[in-house]
Structures are given as C-alpha cells and as structure tokens.
Design a protein around this ligand. Structure first.
Ligand code: MN
Ligand code: MN
Length: 474
C-alpha cells in the first residue's frame, strides 16, 4: 500500500480552511502551555459556543435534552465535553480523547537556593525528556502559587517580548572533554536541571542596616533575598508558599510556522495538544449527531494517567453518570451499557518517520508527516505488551466512516519492532469493553522542547474527528 502526500490533493478552498485552522491551532498552543492554561482556553472557547457547566445544571436540577451542550472540569486540569444526541445514551457515545499535559521541568516544593552568585529554582522533570535538550534555551515559568488563605496567584513569565526568560546552564565546550565521554542519558543529570533565576544581590539601605535584624543573612544570600523580594512585591508570596505551588518550566516563545513553504508547525507541547485542539474543534463544529458526542481532554498521561485528573480517575465515569441522570436515563446498568457501547478514538501523537534516524523505523508501517491522520491498531512494546490492540471489525467500520468523508489517513506502528515503544490512554477506556483505537497526528522530534507537525495532518485529524463523531456507531 502506497502512502499519499495529502498536500497534493487539496484545492484552494481546502488550503484556505487548512491555514485558518492551523492559525487557530497556533493560538491554542500559545495560550495553553500547561494543563491549567489549556483548560482555561478550552472553557473560554466552548462557553462562547453554548457549552454549559454540568455542575451548575446539577445544582439547578435542570433536565437535559437532545442538542444540549455541557462540560465538566475536574480540578482545573481535565475536562469532559458532551453534546447530547438523538439516541438514548445507553446505546453508547462517540468519544474523542486526548491529553493536555506535556513533558517539562517542574519546580520542587523547596526550590530556591543560592550558589556561586546565582539564585536557582531546583526542578524535577515531568514525563520522558532527553535532559540534554533542556539546557541553554530560553525557558518560561508558568503555573500557580496557592497561598494558605486559599488565594491563587497565577504566574506566567517569559512569553512576552519584554519579559525576562530563564535558563539551565551547560558546561562550555572547552572544558567538556570528560562530559562528552558520558552516555547521552548522563551528559546532563536530572539534578543539574536547575533553573537560573537571578544574579543580582539585594541592596540593603546602609542607614537601616543596624536596625534590620535579618540584614546579615540577607547579605550572605543576597541574590536569593533579591529574588524573594521580587516575588513578594510582584505576587505577594513568601518562600514558604512554594510548598503549595505548581510551577512548570516550559520553552519560552510562540508556536511558529516552519519551512520556506510554511508547511509545518514548530512548537512546544504538541504532544498531545495537537490532538486535544483538533478534537475540541471537531466537537464544536459537528452538526447534530445521532449518538451523543463526547470529548475528554485529560492530565497526567505522560506519567501513567495516574492521579485524580488522569484517565484512570473515576472523574469521567462520574460525569457520564451525572449526565445520564440529568437526561432521566441513569441507573447502574444503563451507565455500564452506555460505556460498553461507546466508540472511542484515543488520540495521541505518533512517531513521524525521520530520514535522519531511518534505522529506528520500519518504513511500510511508519507514519509520515503530510500523509494524514494516523491510526495505530496497537502501541506497546516488546510483543505489543501494554497495548490496546483494536479489533479488526472496528477498524473496518472506521475505514468506511473515514472514506465516506474522504479523510486522508495512514496506519503506523511506533517504530521498528523491539526498538522501543509507548502507551496512551486507550487501554483505560477499553476496560469498559468499548471499541477503542489509537489515532492522532505524526510528530517529528516528539518530547523535545520544540516538536514539529505538518499542517496537513492537523487538518486531516480535525476532519477525521468530525467524520467519526458524526458517523461512528457499532
Ligand atoms: Mn502523548
Ligand atoms: Mn508523550
């Protein structure tokens, strides 16, 4: 089977639509560089299109009917959206799922220290990163600091042109002989990924020096004291407030078009916001569908889908139960039937074929940038271990749904057999007995600070999700 280059199939109207969608996608990436920021962006977008918060409807005891659009956010990091269809819920939903967390550096709970004239924030990386990729690049600080009185301070430093940025240092080449002999996994150690956040000691007014009880300490660690003073003045926070903070360090800067032909997007966090954005957009653009449409965008995939906001949480099941209740359809058996009869596209990025590393791919079963939406019948590693292996019957059904709408798609495996592997959220939803298949968008340099996708694949994924939501039913 030949892989097509989808670009060759577009007419002028499609190219305009593609560019418009990708512009919106870049804005989405710029506005949502953490899972919390993604949720804010998504809620702002979908409320404008008539989505209402489930929790409010529960309080009002409002009944839901077909065509109603509702969403439920969990702990500001995960969301489930529903659009009620014509058919009873127990006949199942068409579910789009993706994750909105991305690899990054997280700030530790006791992070701030001074050494050699620099103030540092100590970090612990989140998700799978090649640590050597995170040094010497401009980094931004995003997140929240929650104070003891419950007030939340939002932090976002490093994205505006006149914002300061931060960085992790690396050893100069002139002294790196020994370092360069190390394995790539050890060249930069996890504990060396500390963020430089200052180098200017606080200036203490000499006149008041004697009266200031802390003056001696401040002189000893003047740079750290200077950083603390800035935090106090800008955000009203103390050093202890780091205990209840979630601060994420991400590459600074906006999503960019890449290539002379502007055919690609180079940006941080495309795993998996490329699938999150296109799934959300498809949810908003579908016309009335027979079955209830659902879109779940979750946190913590990169560390095993754990925690209250990860896919393994009961948050989603609970939201479906509440939804059925407001539709007057809830009982335990109906809920189980609804989940078992649902169809899902578990969307995540796929490893795009990279000619520079051709030996890691099996070309016939690799995904190519520009060849359309990707389907992975299975993921996993070493004999498909840990994968959700979708049913042939389901894939056949999806082929007919996608072909009817002329969606460009390709099938792939995550690299050559026994070279590596990976997992997604697919197996978790499959526990309900529903049909689930891995799908998504091919990415080059996945998990790097800057990841690349093809605009054509972003467009085809969006079209594929629309076709799925409107047409799937098994
Ligand atoms: Mn992913
Ligand atoms: Mn990932």
């Amino acid at each position: 089977m030949e892989k097509k280059n989808i670009w060759e199939t577009y007419n002028a109207r499609q190219l305009r639509e593609l560019e418009k969608l990708n512009k919106e996608y870049r804005d989405f990436l710029d506005n949502g560089k953490t899972e919390r920021e993604c949720i804010d962006t998504i809620v702002n977008t979908i409320e404008k299109e008539g989505y209402e918060e489930l929790e409010n409807l529960i309080k009002e005891g409002r009944k839901l009917k077909k065509g109603d659009k509702v969403y439920s956010v969990w702990m500001n990091k995960s969301i489930a959206m529903f659009r009620i269809g014509d058919r009873p819920l127990e006949e199942g939903m068409n579910i789009l799922g993706a994750h909105i967390d991305s690899p990054r550096l997280d700030v530790k709970q006791n992070p701030l220290y001074e050494d050699g004239g620099f103030a540092y924030l100590d970090t612990h990386y989140y998700g799978g990163v090649k640590k050597y990729q995170w040094v010497t690049i401009p980094l931004a600080l995003h997140g929240v600091i929650v104070k003891k009185d419950g007030t939340t301070v939002e932090v976002n430093i490093g994205e505006n042109e006149d914002d300061p940025v931060f960085f992790v240092s690396d050893l100069l080449i002139h002294l790196a002989g020994e370092q360069l002999e190390k394995k790539a996994s050890k060249v930069i150690e996890g504990e060396a990924l500390d963020l430089i956040v200052g180098s200017k000691p606080i200036v203490i007014d000499k006149k008041n020096k004697k009266e200031d009880a802390d003056a001696k300490d401040k002189v000893k660690e003047g740079v750290k004291a200077g950083v603390l003073e800035i935090l106090k003045n800008s955000y009203g926070v103390e050093e202890e407030d780091f205990i209840s903070a979630e601060l994420e360090i991400v590459p600074a800067g906006r999503a960019r078009e890449a290539g002379l032909d502007r055919s690609m997007i180079l940006a941080y966090g495309q795993d998996d916001r490329v699938c999150a954005f296109t799934s959300m957009r498809a949810m908003l653009d579908v016309n009335a569908s027979e079955r209830t449409a659902c879109c779940i965008l979750v946190d913590k995939e990169e560390i095993g889908s754990v925690g209250a906001t990860g896919m393994q949480s009961r948050f989603f099941e609970n939201a479906v139960a509440e939804l059925m209740n407001l539709c007057g359809e809830y009982d335990e058996l109906s809920l189980r039937r609804c989940l078992a009869h649902s169809c899902m596209l578990s969307s995540d990025v796929s490893a795009g074929y990279d000619p520079a590393y051709a030996s890691c791919f099996e070309k016939k079963n690799a995904s190519f940038l520009g060849s359309g939406m990707v389907f992975n019948k299975f993921t996993g590693s070493r004999g498909k271990s840990g994968s959700n292996d979708a049913n042939a019957e389901y894939l056949a059904h999806l082929r007919s749904v996608l072909d009817a709408k002329k969606v460009g798609y390709q099938t792939a495996e995550l690299g050559k057999v026994d070279v590596g592997g990976g997992g997604t959220i697919a197996y978790i939803l499959a526990l309900y007995g529903m049909n689930v298949v891995d799908s998504g968008v091919a990415v080059l340099n996945m998990h790097a600070p800057w990841e690349a996708t093809s605009k054509a694949d972003v467009y085809e994924a969006y079209r594929g999700y629309m076709a799925f939501v409107e047409g799937a039913a098994m």
